[in-house]
Design a protein around this ligand. Sequence first.
Ligand SMILES: Nc1ncnc2c1ncn2[C@@H]1O[C@H](COP(=O)(O)OP(=O)(O)OP(=O)(O)O)[C@@H](O)[C@H]1O
Ligand SMILES: [Mg+2]
Length: 232
Amino acid sequence: MREDIRIKTGVPGLDEILYGGIPKSNLVVLSGDPGSGKTIMCLQYLYNGATKFNEAGIYISLEESEEELIKIAADFGWDFNKLQKEGKVAIITVELYDFDKLKNTIEDAISKMGAKRLVIDPGVIFRLYFERELDARKRIMGLGKMLKKINCTSIITNEIALDKIDSLFGLEEYVADGVILLYHTCSQNKFIRSIGVLKMRGTKISEKLHPLQITKNGLKALHKQELFEDIK
Ligand SMILES: Nc1ncnc2c1ncn2[C@@H]1O[C@H](COP(=O)(O)OP(=O)(O)OP(=O)(O)O)[C@@H](O)[C@H]1O
Ligand SMILES: [Mg+2]
């Protein structure tokens, strides 16, 4: 039987929703609408890994520059410059047009650092690089399969429209072990943030949507509350 080793996200409330954390080596799609906190969660996942759990991590950025990511992290008090110097985190910006190179870059970086955590953000950008949907689908499935073979717990982000679940070329249904959703829901005159786990192979999960806050320390899931229960 597979050992039940958990990779703790360190995001307050989320490990409780996951009954202990993400099962080791799982490939997770983090889906959310624009501004829902995907990038912040990815940074938080790597920061906590490096500082609290002694697990090195790699951020493959397909959109934001290294400087932009370091600045976002610094807003929450996470010093990525320091972590990079200590070899605990690497931010790698890659152009997607050379897809084989991307795969090699990931494999090399993981073995060089002994990384245990990997983030690819935003995964949805694959759509821009391949003219045919089928090509994008084949590539991302291939990448997903590779990520599952390596000894890393990976998060790949996907952008969805408000209140709509679009899959990342079917990755969620076929290859991914887990799907975490970040939502904005419209309620009267405001948006309410929430988080939910749609699936996670290898663990029990809370099947509810929980309120989510972005605080000065990063994302925080209110795992004891259900969305809308306190909203009159
Ligand atoms: N210091 C902060 N305190 C509270 N909220 C913040 C802070 N910094 C950013 N935010 C909120 O987080 C949102 C951006 O989060 P993030 O960049 O992680 O979202 P995203 O899902 O990656 O968005 P995109 O789809 O643009 O990539 C902002 O729109 C803002 O509402
Ligand atoms: Mg983002």
